[in-house]
Structure formats: structure tokens, C-alpha cells
Design a binder for this molecule. Sequence first.
Ligand SMILES: *[C@@H]1O[C@H](CO)[C@@H](O)[C@H](O)[C@H]1NC(C)=O
Ligand SMILES: *[C@@H]1O[C@H](CO)[C@@H](O)[C@H](O)[C@H]1NC(C)=O
Ligand SMILES: *[C@@H]1O[C@H](CO)[C@@H](O)[C@H](O)[C@H]1NC(C)=O
Length: 473
Amino acid sequence: MRLFIAAVLATAVAGQESCLSVDENPYLLFGSKTAYLFANHALSTNRVHEIPGCLPVAFWLASRHGSNNPEASEITKLQHLADLKANIVDNYRNGNFRNTNRRICSTDIELLQRWQWIPYINTTFANGLTSEGYMTTQQLMRAWKQRYPGLLTDNPHDYLVKYVEEPLYSASFRASADGMFRGPTEGLDIPRDNDEKGIRPYKFCSAWKSNVGENNDTLSQMHIFQSKQEYKDMITNVSLRLGFNYDINPDIVYSMYQMCRYNKAWDNAAISPWCAVFSREELQLIEYAEDLETYYKYGYGSPDTPKIGCTLLRDMIGFFTKHIQHDPDPQQPRAQIHLTDSEMLLMLLTTLGTHQDPAPLTGDNYHTSPVQARKWSTSRMSPFNANAAAVLYKCTTNGNFQGKERYQVLFLENEYPMYLEGCRVGLCDWSYIVSKFGELANTCDLGFCNSAVKINGFSALFVALACFVRNIF
Ligand SMILES: *[C@@H]1O[C@H](CO)[C@@H](O)[C@H](O)[C@H]1NC(C)=O
Ligand SMILES: *[C@@H]1O[C@H](CO)[C@@H](O)[C@H](O)[C@H]1NC(C)=O
Ligand SMILES: *[C@@H]1O[C@H](CO)[C@@H](O)[C@H](O)[C@H]1NC(C)=O
């Protein structure tokens, strides 16, 4: 009898179930845990940035690490998804659906049933670089080298690599070296700098921490967005799809999202059953919530951002200045490479003034067209392996090149020319860089970090206004 009813039910709902795992064009932009391939479309190794009449003389790079394992605390949460999975499968078997045409489809449930936590990802390997992350880092470095063969030589002393001695970054260093110098790199004496205060200044900046990083007001726009009916409907829709007659705890919905984006970053080709739990629109809502967080923490939403982001800019300008001052004597290193994190990379991009929207992102303006087409996009700016490069070119004045200046800097973001005001497809006159950023770089001393002033609850409003004013003038 029960079997009969089940069969009738199955027939009745067949064709109405939506299978999200079979989407031929799935949504793959997952904020700060987006795979480089999805943010960047193609990792093309043979595109050479040739500038007529000019030769590259120095290379500066800030590169985010590749895909990593979750933090130890996250691992425990994600392992609990095994219990949730069992509940979802039970719900399906028991026909536990208020609204059968909105339930997960049988293909998706089978996929979920086969899912299990990868046992070797335990707390010993928390936060470590994955093999996918290692390979992408290696390929990326190899690609840079192929593009600038005369500049990126086989001599280790032409390089200086700055990174923090931690498993994630030490592995990134090995992957980068593997990409740069084919073959064993163990014995190679590549100059390096491990001064964490210079590499990750925000971690040591108490004013930034109290005003921004650890200040709950920083998340107020994100909280406004998450309290919208639309966001709550997303939680309800996911819950209904999985056969729960109550709303799943938002933290658990977030764990499913985390698992989805980790799965796609660890293995770009495999379908993740946890991604199939969300529709495209739902993924976009969660993506925007993270954009609101990064915008106010590391972006235009915080007036402190350029005061920290300037450290990378100062490093770049100092490095190029040295090459220009000593010209024509070649200087070592010729390539200065920072292995960094998404926080510093976003702060650098903000300091450079790229990806700036006409109005601040807020919890209320998601449906406006500027926000739908926003330039501030964590997925595109800071996927795994995100990078910002600047290449100093020396030009001959009689070349057929239209630029007039002897020194030019080409800015690239994830290997494509960066949009910068006052430059031509990422190519800027050195004098323009100096006039635009020289003062900021010269006065960049993180002095404000120790003059902690706790700002009050008006800060969010102040920040929003400050952004707005900056945009008008
Ligand atoms: C993690 O797994 C490895 C083997 O894969 C094992 O040697 C190690 O003890 C495990 N660590 C923990 C904390 O369980
Ligand atoms: C910030 O918010 C969290 C959660 O809402 C709370 O636990 C924490 O105490 C708050 N911190 C401050 C400094 O208000
Ligand atoms: C939730 O589902 C309803 C009914 O299918 C739909 O109209 C609504 O757009 C969905 N909301 C979200 C945030 O996906």
C-alpha cells in the first residue's frame, strides 16, 4: 500500500522537481572562495603584453594564495553536514514536503547521498594549500615567466619573494618557485623576506582592528541585507527544497554554501551536491552579503583602507624608483613578489582606485541597476590565486608608441589590464603614478594604527557619507 502511494506520488510530481545539479550554465561566482578559473574564464599562457617601442625592466606582483583547506573551527562545522545529509535523505524518503513541486529532485538527492567528508582533511591540515591550489599557483607563475622571458630569468637572485612563514604561504612559495624554475627548487637560494608586519600590516594595526576589523558596525549593511524578507525567503526556499517544514538555521545554510564553494575550488570539474541546494538567485544573494562585508572592511566603505593598502603601493613605487634611478645599470631583484591574502589584495585595489562604484553598496540597494552591475565584486577581485601585477617598461622616444614618456607602468589584474583612471588600458605614465600616488606612498607609515580612537555607532553612517562625498568630488 505504502509503495503504491509512493509510486503515485512520484508520478504526480515527476517533471516538476527542479534538478539544480544538471544546470548547464551553473553560477560559479562564490565571493572570496571562487576558483580562479571561474573568475577569470581562461588562464591563457601565451598572451604576451607587448608594448611597441618599450621593454619590460621590472616586475612587481601581489598574489593571493590558491585554494586552501578550511580553518580548524570550520572543519568541525562542515563535518556536521554528514548529519544534515542524513536528515535530508530521510525527508526525501518520507515524502516530507509541504510543497512537492519545490522539492529537490531525485538526481540531486542521489548525488547528495554519495557525498562524504574527505577524511584526510582533518585539523592537522587545516588551512593548508590544496593540490589544486598548488597547481594553479605553479601554472600562474609559469605563465608570467613565459610572458616576460627576458625579465623573469632563471637566476634566483633576480627575485625577492615576500611571504609569512606559515604552512599555507610556505607551500605557496614552493609552488611559485616550482613554476618559475622548472625542476627541483629545494637547493635554490631565492631571496626572501618574512617580515609579517610589512606583509600583513592590518593584523598589527590596532586602530584598524577596533574601528573596522573587529567593530560590529562594519557589518551593519550586511546585517540589514540579511534581515530583508528576500534574504529570509532564500533560507525558507532552501529549507523547503530539502524537505524541512521549518527554516534551517542560517549558520547551517552558510555551512552548505561553504561546502559548495570549497568543493568547486578543490575540484573545478566535479559537481558539488551542496551547490545544487541553491538556485542561481540564492547564490547571488549570499554573494552580495559577502560583498557588503568586504566593501566595508577592506574596500571603499572604510576610510582606513588606503592607510593600510598604501604599504603595498609604497613597496611597488620604491621598487620601480630604484630601477629608474639606477638606469641603465640593471638592479636586483628585477622581480618583487608578495604572496598575500585577499584582505591585502582588496585593500591594494581600493588604494589604486579601481572597481569603484558610483554610490556605496548598502543593504538596501541590491536591486538598483548600479549594484546589479557593480564593480566591487569579491568573486572577480579576489578569487583564489587573485593577483595584481605592475610591470615597469622603459620606452624609446622614437618608437611608434604613442605614449611620450620614457617610463611606463602596465597594471594587470588577474592577468588582464586593470582599469585605472588616467591610464590607457592599464598603461600609465610613470609621472602620473608619482603624481597620483607618490604622496600617499611617502606618508605611508601606519602611524594611525597606534592612535586608536574608538568611534561610536555613527561610524557606519559616517562611512557611507564619506564614500558618497568622495564620489561626488
Ligand atoms: C589527520 O590525518 C592524518 C593521516 O591522513 C593523520 O596522520 C593525523 O593524525 C590526522 N590528524 C588528526 C588531528 O586527526
Ligand atoms: C558583535 O556581535 C556579535 C554577534 O552579534 C556579539 O557576539 C559580540 O559581542 C558583538 N561585539 C561587540 C563588541 O559588540
Ligand atoms: C523563493 O521561492 C518563491 C516561490 O518559488 C519565489 O517566488 C522567490 O523568488 C524565491 N526567493 C528567493 C530569494 O529565491
